[in-house]
Write a protein that binds this ligand. Structure first.
Ligand code: PEP
Length: 249
């Protein structure tokens, strides 16, 4: 039995005071939500405030990225050890916005994932096809490649500690959600990849989240698919009431 994970990706939204206000409203709404794990990934400058705000709750805090080196002259970067020391549990890796705007590749995804694990963080590794790739019938090839290059080289022990987020790029922030069946098909393909690389047991334990325009009114249909083990939520995670109703689907 895989425990669902509901994770919010705040992207570049909210200040420290807005972060505190969010948790004041959100925490009581999910205080009894023991059916799933809950994580919020705010911008890095808000991590301390977020960690402070969730103390004593079941809500975990994650970062949106990390650098693979442990320390050094890397202006603007943040290491896994720094995130861990700040109180993070999770870290998103390879989000499509990082792939699109900041040159993230499957190879750098792999480096960041290894660094995250070494620092004791749990990576949420994002994969997903762009619209032109789906329209050209390349979804399967793209997912196979992203898995083969970004995830398959992990050791079996490392693989046990990651979560994969399937996020079709055309569904992120667009309001165009993949149908539950489309998402489940992609999840099945990823689980097959996991099975052939890491074995049946590891594949069955792997949590695969869906991400892409998840909202309070579509989460139930998605979570009705046994293949979908939770959600990575962008826009709809900014509103405490809306995200709480996603968590409490
Ligand atoms: C995301 O940022 O990972 C995401 C899925 O965004 P949205 O829910 O806004 O589509």
């Amino acid at each position: 039995m895989r425990t669902p994970l509901m994770a919010g990706n705040w992207k570049m939204y909210k200040t420290v005071s807005e972060t505190r206000a969010f948790f004041e409203a959100f925490s009581p709404l999910v205080a009894k939500s023991t059916h799933c794990e809950i994580a919020i990934c705010p911008p890095a400058v808000n991590l301390a405030a977020a960690v402070d705000a969730v103390r004593g709750t079941r809500i975990a805090i994650g970062a949106q990225n990390l650098f693979w080196e442990k320390l050094g002259a890397y202006t603007g970067e943040i290491s896994g050890a720094m995130l861990k020391a700040a109180g993070c549990t999770w870290v998103i890796i390879g989000h499509s916005e990082r792939r699109q705007y900041f040159g993230e590749t499957d190879e750098t995804v792999l480096k960041r994932t290894r660094a995250a694990l070494e620092a004791g963080l749990q990576p949420i590794v994002c994969v997903g096809e762009r619209i032109e790739q789906r329209e050209a019938g390349q979804t399967e090839t793209v997912l196979r490649e992203q898995f083969a290059n970004g995830i398959a080289p992990l050791t079996p022990d490392a693989f046990e500690r990651i979560v994969i987020a399937y996020e079709p790029v055309w569904a992120i922030g667009t309001g165009k959600v993949a149908t539950p069946e489309m998402a489940a098909d992609a999840h099945r393909l990823l689980r097959q990849q996991a099975r052939s690389t890491f074995g049946t047991e590891a594949a069955l334990r792997l949590r695969i989240l869906y991400g892409g325009s998840v909202k309070p009114d579509n989460i139930r249909g998605l979570m009705a698919q046994t293949e979908i083990d939770g959600a990575l939520v962008g826009g709809a995670s900014l509103d405490p009431v809306g995200f709480a109703s996603i968590v409490n689907f």
